[in-house]
Design a protein around this ligand. Structure first.
Ligand code: ADP
Ligand code: F6P
Length: 472
């Protein structure tokens, strides 16, 4: 087995399968932010990415992608149902997002979570060279740091949680709360999106495990585990470059024309997820039309909502409700050739997304709770001429970094309507000042800065970072 000095461990591999021109299945690097962040580093060091390739059954043998080894972990149909759809996405996901939907607890799901985490830990132990740095990602794999430390105490282990970490009163519901906390404490560094999450974690460790903990350090067994906030970001330069491409500008102009050349376009881009506040947003928009504050001829809403986790019951119910509401609003307020809402469920390539961001006068990002929300950051990065308004939920991690956005509480329907109107009516000077400040922030705090700050905290020897700088 070939071994690497850097191993990234995530539920999904950073690749997509697509059809080659000859009809064969071809694997390509997927465009996700984490991949772009780590790619320069991974290319300059013998690196392996451990993850699931999607689907069930035996793990496909995958070729290296841009010099990075792909090490596949197989999931059976039972693992998919009980680990991914069950414990990860019907227990932890709702619990970590303020319980906006009811988390479900099933012993069979917990067994699958342990089993799959063990498999990921063993796969990682196989591919990590002595003393390697291992970076474990997200809520699907919270037990991996602890399991891996038992197998390979020589490794430097990091863990980063991309989603919110809930306050103690919610986390305390979890039947296996102590095991999950102990799993995370297997890491040398536990990273969160916001300092509030690190604080919640420290409080829980003290309460549940009876271990003294501050918001920065926890002494456990004979080790010190450091904790902290490392807000994830995007490839700002890449999105800005995409948005400035002439073909993207042409596409944006065509989109505006196809939308009926309205005075203003409101855009929302979400996974179809109950955390994203889609229903509340639709209600606010339809009430603004009903109240006469918004005229469908002048202002249209484009709602992109890509189906996600489609076999999980709560996601199926949400999709039905959203589609019923879109139908109601269009039926009530649209005219022939003039729908109030343009509703799209397709995945788009990056250039099409950039064109949509360019066309949006107001970007409405109003999740009920979100670890970060990269769409908000992508929109800002794409507004290279400093126009446009970002309407942003206070409950998205991004709000802590982008205070110049129009911040709203999505649970407050009147506040949401007022925020949307303020964003629609703002003058160019105000918008320009806000957008300039947000863009400047994202140029300083891009995905590479995120990876660098996390890895420099994890790898005190500094050798990884030297390679990252050389790669820039
Ligand atoms: P989450 O991680 O909960 O899905 P984020 O907003 O943080 O939410 O990230 C979503 C990512 O998915 C962004 O990079 C965004 O560009 C991408 N995305 C969202 N909708 C689409 C779509 N229809 N087609 C392609 N990419 C999309
Ligand atoms: O933001 C949380 C997250 O799980 C990401 O890691 C992932 O890219 C996204 O949601 C989509 O989720 P899934 O991997 O379940 O399709």
């Amino acid at each position: 087995m070939r071994q690497s000095s850097l191993v990234v461990v995530a539920n999904r591999l950073p690749i997509d399968d697509s059809m080659a021109p000859d009809g064969a299945c071809e694997w390509r690097r997927s465009p996700g932010g984490l991949v772009s962040a780590l790619h320069p580093l991974l290319r300059h060091t013998p690196a392996t990415w451990v993850g699931w390739a999607g689907g069930t059954g035996p793990a496909p043998a995958l070729p290296d992608v841009d010099g990075v080894r792909m090490h596949t972990v197989a999931l059976s149909a039972d693992d998919l149902r009980d680990h991914y759809e069950g414990f990860a996405n019907a227990t932890l996901w709702p619990l970590y997002h303020d319980s906006v939907e009811q988390p479900e607890y099933h012993r069979r799901w917990w067994e699958a979570y342990q089993r799959v985490n063990q498999r990921f830990a063993e796969a990682t132990a196989d591919v990590a060279e002595p003393g390697a740095v291992v970076w474990v990602q997200d809520y699907h794999l919270q037990l991996v740091p602890g399991l891996l430390r038992q197998l390979r105490p020589d490794l430097r282990i990091g863990f980063f949680l991309h989603v919110p970490f809930p306050p103690p009163e919610l986390f305390m519901q979890l039947p296996r709360r102590a095991e999950l906390l102990r799993g995370m404490l297997g890491a040398d560094l536990v990273g969160f999106q916001r300092s509030q999450a690190a604080h919640n974690f420290a409080q829980l460790v003290a309460k549940v495990l009876d271990v003294p903990a501050t918001d920065r350090r926890i002494a456990v067994d004979d080790r010190v585990v450091r904790i902290g906030a490392f807000p994830v970001s995007i490839d700002t330069v890449e999105m800005a470059a995409l948005a400035t491409r002439p073909d993207v500008a042409d596409r944006a102009a065509r989109l505006r024309h196809d939308l009926g050349s309205p005075e203003q376009v409101i855009l929302s881009v979400d996974r179809m997820d109950y955390t994203k506040g889609i229903e509340q947003r639709l209600k606010a928009y339809s009430e603004l039309i009903a109240d006469g504050h918004v005229k469908v001829r002048d202002t249209v809403l484009v709602q992109v909502a890509v189906p996600s986790r489609e076999r999980v019951g709560q996601y199926q119910i949400l999709r039905e409700r959203v589609e019923r509401e879109v139908g109601r609003i269009n039926g009530e307020f649209g005219r022939v050739g003039e729908p109030a809402i343009h509703y799209l469920t397709q995945p788009f390539d990056r250039a099409e997304l950039a064109a949509l961001y360019r066309v949006a006068d107001v970007m409405a990002v109003t999740p009920l709770r979100d670890g970060m929300n990269l769409v908000a950051k992508e929109y800002v990065a794409a507004r290279v001429d400093d126009t446009g308004a970002l309407l942003l939920s206070e409950f998205a991690g991004a709000a802590a970094e982008l205070p110049q956005a129009y911040l709203v509480n999505p649970h407050d329907l009147e506040g949401l309507k007022q925020g949307l109107l303020a964003a629609l009516r703002a003058g160019p000077d105000d918008l320009g000042a806000r957008m300039r400040a947000m863009r400047a922030h994202l140029h300083r705090h891009d995905i590479r800065a995120w990876a660098r700050s996390y890895l420099s905290a994890l790898d005190d020897s500094g050798s990884l970072l030297t390679r990252l700088s050389a790669a820039d």
